[in-house]
Design a protein around this ligand. Structure first.
Ligand SMILES: Nc1ncnc2c1ncn2[C@@H]1O[C@H](COP(=O)(O)OP(=O)(O)OP(=O)(O)O)[C@@H](O)[C@H]1O
Ligand SMILES: [Mg+2]
Length: 728
């Protein structure tokens, strides 16, 4: 261990129980960690536990909670601090960082070599351990063998403190509930007199109460820092009012300079799709999600941490333990499941306390989808003491708060803080959220959004969440997107794998869990859909087409959009000779024939991707696609030098639907100028919208057909089709 600046024995006054004074503690902080002063409530927490008092410490993400147990470990002359941590990778990271500073720290987990573990145990059994901090999983604590060892250490007076990091995991009301944390409730009775420090960034009052009660904290000092993150500016943009959300995000990232950013998406396919789009726009980025292999994930993470890439487009797999301080933008491309999740994720911005930005893209369809997912999320939480019904209600109430954050016109910062029970004056924000900075504009957007919703409700394609709160909650809840493995099936000193842990697992190069294959996921979704519409009858299905009619007017509007995009493409490519009207009709017809039959959402999506494709397609791409209907075009040779914009073509034309098209079905196109009356009088008879199962089965058939024809196709076009059709 690095030699302490303090003659510890003297500083402690030779007595084990006497605590260091403030000055001595600051010295330790400066010497070991190089920080000039304690932050916020750190010193209070440290002093409390050093005096033997229990402490509940609530500090925001990046607030510096670790210091609250690391300094006490250094302040005592002998003995250890036991730190309970939910993820092996988190322990590995902290231990690595402490060792680099010359501090004697170790962790015990199933991933370590037996030799290493034996050495640690020998040290613990020695009666005078050299270790200062020992990190363990909650599962290990629960094993009788390890508890016996802890009791022995305690009897010898060598257990100075038990710190429970991420203590909210103990509560089934928290967003990261882990059944194994419940087992920590025995600590108090097994280790009487040892102070317990519970640390969390989750400020929900119910969680606080649960943590304090479950850990049997006795008259704990409760320290709560404000959850306000003044350096983060908050903003919501409305997908349904934007022409092209991808382009909008591209612009945001480009105009911010080469800054470090995280873009959160709900699904893996969306990450891939968006990342590819941003890359094509010259943004240094990569996708990160549990569907990628270990090696790829590790390299994405390494590249991002070392600033080789600036933007990570990720699912929530990119979470707990990510400690890059200079993240300037955290964007939620889809609405998160709760304010808690939003706060944690957006809180990854500005850990260096410098100005940063939280941008959320809110879309009505995203909202519907999330609600569906949450209503069907898994029922593991029912294993806890709270009833399933109560939890289900809570899940939807939590989501409702998130919707209100987006759909409300009041100060966003205030809304976040109020969610966590903080009452703050209106002036606190100081125009650091869009609602305070541009109240009229936000009000206008919300009005437009409401109008769009009315139109779409008439359409039958959408429904704003707030107006549909009476929906029933299904009995079985399963989520595809942040499923957690059953911890109770874990080996005793192992931890469960979770998406949240993936990123840090990669940091530490740990083994990753095996996730469900796509086919299992599809089956699962199909089953869920059946549960979601338990009373669906064929009659109901027959009624659907009317609602989803694609009128001539709508088709005309789409043609117009395509014409405009074609004209722009023409200009971009140096007056390319195409018959704009004819080409637009051709493209629109393609969209209609392929997807019109499956409903408006797919049709919208298809038109949208065609417009996107046109905005970056190159000469060859356009020729291939439109050559047959533009004889002048196919006869022409491509211009000798293409303008720069055409040099990075989209490889694939929007010939087939991708899963992201399916999921993110209505992007910018929902705001097309179609009046409700026009929509209500469809002139085209349409077949029913397929259920998810039908859609998947259709896709499977198409997939088969496509791969069969690919074998015959020498030009590779089918390969692209197949690629775009993949669901994962
Ligand atoms: N007193 C301090 N002065 C300056 N920097 C500090 C201080 N205390 C901690 N830090 C730094 O703040 C960063 C965040 O600390 P830490 O990881 O402990 O936060 P946390 O509250 O545990 O966050 P999370 O909720 O994400 O786990 C670290 O880089 C740490 O070095
Ligand atoms: Mg922490």
């Amino acid at each position: 261990m690095k030699k302490s600046p303090l003659p510890l024995q003297n500083a402690c006054g030779g007595s084990k129980n006497q605590s260091l004074g403030k000055e001595a503690l600051v010295k330790l902080l400066r010497w070991h960690f190089g920080h000039p002063e304690f932050r916020g409530k750190q010193l209070d927490a440290i002093e409390a536990v050093l005096s033997g008092r229990d402490c509940f410490c609530l500090m925001p993400t990046g607030g510096g909670k670790s210091m609250c147990y690391q300094i006490p470990a250094l302040a005592k002359k002998t003995g250890i601090v036991l730190v309970v941590c939910p993820l092996i990778a988190l322990m590995e990271n902290q231990v690595m960082a402490l060792k680099e500073k010359g501090i004697a720290a170790e962790y015990l987990s199933s991933t370590q070599a037996t030799q290493t573990k034996n050495k640690i145990h020998e040290d613990l059994d020695s009666g005078k351990p050299s270790l200062r901090l020992l990190y363990v999983t909650p599962e290990l604590i629960a094993t009788p063998g390890f508890m016996t060892k802890l009791r022995k250490i305690h009897t010898r007076g060598l257990l100075n403190l038990v710190a429970i990091d991420e203590a909210h995991c103990i509560s089934s009301w928290g967003h990261d509930f882990r059944p194994s944390y419940r087992k920590l409730s025995t600590l108090r009775s097994h280790l009487p007199g040892v102070p317990i420090l519970a640390l969390t960034a989750t400020a929900v009052p119910k969680v606080q109460k649960d943590v304090i009660e479950s850990l049997c904290l006795q008259h704990p000092l409760i320290l709560k820092s404000s959850f306000n993150r003044p350096s983060i500016h908050y903003e919501v943009r409305y997908k349904d009012l934007l022409d092209d959300v991808y382009a909008d995000l591209s612009d945001v990232l480009k105009s911010s300079g080469d800054v470090c950013a995280i873009v959160y998406c709900l699904e893996r396919t969306m990450c891939d799709d968006l990342s590819a789009h941003l890359s094509k726009n010259g943004i240094s980025c990569a996708a990160y999600h549990a569907g990628l292999n270990d090696k790829l994930r590790s390299s994405v993470l390494d590249n991002w941490i070392s600033s080789k890439i600036q933007v990570v487009v990720a699912t929530v797999a990119f979470g707990m333990g990510i400690d890059r301080k200079d993240v300037r933008i955290v964007c939620h491309f889809n609405i998160p499941k709760s304010m808690e999740a939003f706060y944690q994720e957006s809180g990854r911005a500005g850990r260096d306390q410098l100005l940063s930005r939280s941008l959320l893209y809110y879309g009505i369809d995203d909202c519907k989808r999330m609600k569906f997912i949450l209503s069907n999320a898994d029922n593991k939480k029912s294993k806890a003491s709270n009833s399933q019904e109560e939890l289900s209600k809570k899940t939807l109430t939590d989501f409702q708060q998130m919707v209100e954050y987006c759909e409300g016109s009041g100060c966003r910062r205030r809304k976040i803080l109020e969610t966590f029970g903080e009452k703050v004056p209106a002036s606190l924000c100081g125009k650091t959220c869009d609602a305070c900075k541009h109240p009229n504009l936000v009000a206008k957007y919300l009005e437009e959004l409401a109008n769009t919703c009315i139109v779409r409700q008439k359409f039958g394609s959408s429904q704003i969440f707030m107006s549909s709160s009476s929906d029933t909650i299904n009995e079985v809840r399963t989520s595809e997107f942040w499923n957690r493995d059953d911890e109770e099936s874990c080996s005793e000193d192992d931890i469960s794998d979770s998406d949240d842990g993936l990123a840090v697992k990669n940091l530490a190069r740990s083994k990753l869990p095996k996730k469900l294959g796509i086919s299992e996921k599809i089956e699962c979704l199909q089953r869920l859909e059946e549960r979601y519409y338990p009373d669906k009858s064929s009659d109901k299905q027959i009624n659907k087409p009317e609602k989803n009619a694609i009128s001539d007017t709508l088709r005309e509007t789409s043609k117009q959009r395509l014409q405009n995009a074609l004209k722009q493409a023409q200009q971009r490519l140096g007056n390319l000779k195409i018959e704009v009207e004819k080409s637009a009709s051709f493209l629109e017809n393609e969209c209609y024939n392929k997807y019109g039959k499956t409903g408006k959402s797919f049709y919208y999506s298809q038109v949208a991707s065609t417009v996107r494709w046109l905005s970056s397609a190159d000469y060859t791409g356009l020729t291939n696609r439109l050559g047959t209907i533009n004889s002048s075009l196919s006869d022409d040779a491509p211009p000798e030098t293409e303008p720069p914009a055409a040099r990075s073509p989209l490889v694939e034309g929007p010939t087939e639907i991708t899963s992201s098209d399916f999921h993110d079905s209505i992007r910018s196109e929902t705001s097309v100028a179609v009046s409700p009356t026009e929509i209500a009088s469809p002139s085209t008879r349409l077949p029913p919208i397929p259920s998810f199962s039908q859609f998947i089965n259709t896709r499977k058939t198409k997939d088969n057909r496509s791969s069969a024809s690919e074998k015959k196709s020498p030009n590779g076009v089918q390969k692209n089709l197949e690629k775009r059709m993949r669901l994962q």
